[in-house]
Design a protein around this ligand. Structure first.
Ligand code: LHQ
Length: 261
């Protein structure tokens, strides 16, 4: 599909989505919100895609909502509607995609840009990356899933601190808080993320997807319910080709060759 605000590339079963509005630090205008949402939806349908990487062109991951676009439309603009029709769909497309999503955070991730990074399953940050819940600086509450995702990732006290201070959290601090999985030298980000992505893309895709579904469901239910849900989902993975291959590979003392089925 031809996109204007993002670039997409599929290689080694990994779809890379690159936010591509570097002149505004990859701020989300309406078009980019729509295009990123369709790219994630397409990734769900495409059997060749077994992992997704989202990153930014230039020195930023994303500066969040394009404030210049909002400024031009101030009079008739409803933020609630903008969120419901835009970012909410994007965040749901990411967290309901039953394939691993890695955010390769190459620079600042601010506002809704930070929320998008939070909606990934794994965050790998360059040492030049930073995270800013910058919403309160423009008089807003965190949105695009941040009030839900951030306390679950780093706990309420740190999440609330980020929200009310709008402080810039360095990659190093984000790592110590458990917000990112790994920090890389800036010039090695692409290579290191590529390694993670290719490893995930050669894994048991069905199991990875259902793990995500079960963990998200687990946020909102009891242990008893989660035990039952695990049993239901394991019934599905237990009938997969990848499970058969996993057992076979163990018996034959070799690495499993998962095909994502
Ligand atoms: C930008 C932006 C930007 C446009 C940098 N827009 N041009 C949801 C629904 C509806 C309404 C509102 O919000 C939301 C959710 C949100 O995301 S709210 C939060 C929105 N984002 C922000 O408030 C961040 C605004 N940007 C900044 O504070 C800084 O740019 C950061 C801290 C991200 C980076 O600072 P610097 O590294 O010093 O870069 P810079 O400020 O010099 O920016 C470089 C250029 O990018 C500059 O353009 P120019 O033409 O002057 O070179 C900026 O105007 C432009 N830019 N962010 N969000």
């Amino acid at each position: 599909m031809a996109y204007k605000t993002i670039k997409t590339e599929l290689a080694h079963n990994v779809l890379t989505i690159t936010l591509n509005r570097p002149e505004s630090l990859n701020a989300f205008n309406n078009e980019m919100i729509g295009e990123v949402t369709s790219a994630f939806k397409q990734a769900g349908k495409d059997k060749e895609t077994r992992a997704v990487v989202i990153t930014g062109t230039g020195r930023a991951f994303s500066s969040g909502q394009d404030l210049k676009e909002i400024n031009e439309r101030q009079e008739e603009f409803s933020i609630g509607r903008h969120l419901r029709l835009g970012y909410n769909k994007l965040i749901l497309a990411m967290v309901t995609l039953e394939k691993p999503v890695i955010a390769a955070v190459n620079g600042v991730a601010a506002g809704a840009g930070c929320s998008v990074a939070l909606a990934a399953d794994i965050r790998i940050a360059s040492e030049k990356a930073s995270f800013i819940q910058i919403f309160s600086r423009v008089g807003l509450i965190p949105d695009s899933g941040s009030t839900w995702l951030l306390p679950r990732l780093i706990g309420y006290a740190r999440a609330y601190e980020m929200a009310v201070t709008s402080d810039r959290i360095s990659a190093k601090k984000a790592h110590s808080w458990g917000l990112v999985n790994e920090v890389t030298p800036h010039d090695q980000l692409v290579e290191i993320v590529g390694g993670w992505a290719r490893t995930l893309a050669t894994g048991p895709t069905l199991a990875f997807g259902l793990t995500k579904r079960a963990m998200y469901r687990g946020f909102n239910q009891s242990l008893v319910q989660s035990l039952d849900y695990e049993s239901q989902l394991q019934e599905l993975t237990g009938r997969s080709e990848d499970f058969k291959e996993g057992i076979q590979a163990f018996v034959e003392k070799r690495d499993a060759l998962f095909e994502g089925r």
